[in-house]
Design a protein around this ligand. Structure first.
Ligand SMILES: C[S@@+](CC[C@H](N)C(=O)[O-])C[C@H]1O[C@@H](n2cnc3c(N)ncnc32)[C@H](O)[C@@H]1O
Length: 295
């Protein structure tokens, strides 16, 4: 389904009542977004590249050393784009994808060659099917930000990693790193808050994951003996302004709760904001952080 009807869930209903949503409501909300719009992250993230021509998937995949046969887990693999990149580039990798959304896993199954990866439906907080110390690298693209509680996720990553293993996650970067990004954020949240005032005061996931320092502190507490780094990058896209606005909005879960009429207004405003003066083209730049934990 891709009609962008406004999404309501136990999570949005809690906000409407002025209450803080609980973890079950968060997961139900995320499942509903991904049930109705499966594959949307891949569509948006594949369209954006950094100055070296890499997508954020490429940048994250670089933490897996070339030419080694290793067990790699894509945590919250969604429709499988990162698994596909790893499969295509790194012969010999043994790949596993975990996600809690069956519609996303179905897309992953459809786009990956048969036998390329083992796919499992599970929540990141409880990956009991994966044995202790069995994984050389855990990658997580644009999903750690959504996970609350996040501490059990980090405990699970530590449990499944083999000694010397790596954990890398691609998450939101600092707004000021990408020119114009704060304006895009404020425009979208302005429209969303006109319909649901609490959205943004409370947001999806644990807010500590969104800041480099708070993320480092969180991860160091879970991996006290590891080396932890957070690097900032920027990915961007250009194209017809309306298309760029649609893709940019796709990075904001908040945009999925808009009524159809408000969504049309938001996209028109966003296309205007992103327009390159004197042309029908638009440009959107997105700040990203890459967390790397080497145990
Ligand atoms: C923004 S999408 C990213 C998907 C994919 N990694 C990508 O970048 O294309 C977030 C994904 O995280 C999954 N997810 C969110 N919370 C999760 C959790 N607690 N356990 C497992 N999967 C989760 C969702 O189902 C969704 O597929």
């Amino acid at each position: 389904m891709n009609d962008h009807s406004p999404l309501r869930s136990a999570w949005t209903e809690s906000l409407e009542r002025g209450q803080a949503p609980n973890a079950a409501a968060l997961r139900a909300h995320l499942r509903a977004v991904h049930r109705d719009h499966a594959g949307f992250t891949e569509t948006c993230a594949r369209a954006c590249r950094d100055a070296a021509g890499r997508t954020s998937y490429d940048w994250l995949a670089e933490v897996v050393p070339e030419g080694i046969a290793a067990q790699v887990l894509d945590l919250a693999c969604g429709s499988g784009p990162l698994l596909k990149i790893l499969h295509d580039r790194k012969a010999g990798l043994r790949l596993t994808g975990v996600d809690m959304c069956p519609e996303e896993l179905a897309l992953a199954r459809a786009q990956l060659p048969v036998g390329a990866a083992r796919l499992m439906q599970a929540e990141a907080q409880d990956m009991a099917q994966i044995p202790d110390g069995s994984v050389d690298a855990v990658l997580c693209h644009w999903a750690l930000t959504l996970m609350d509680p996040v501490a059990p996720v980090l405990d699970e990553v530590r449990r499944v990693l083999a000694p010397g293993g790596r954990f890398a996650a691609l998450v939101d970067g600092p707004m000021e790193a990408a020119p114009g990004y704060a304006g895009v954020h404020d425009l979208i949240y302005g429209h969303v808050q006109a319909e649901l005032p609490g959205y943004g005061v409370v947001d999806l996931g644990d807010p500590r994951v969104r800041g480099a320092d708070s993320l480092s502190d969180l991860v160091r507490a879970a991996f006290p003996d590891a080396t932890v780094t957070v690097e900032t990058g920027v990915v961007a896209m250009e194209g017809p302004a309306n298309d760029v606005a649609e893709a940019a909005a796709g990075f904001f879960y908040a945009a999925f709760i808009l009524s159809p009429a408000r969504r049309v207004r938001m996209l028109a405003d966003l296309a205007g904001l992103l327009a390159i003066p004197g042309t029908a083209q638009g440009r959107f730049a997105m700040p990203i952080n890459r967390l790397l934990v080497t145990t």
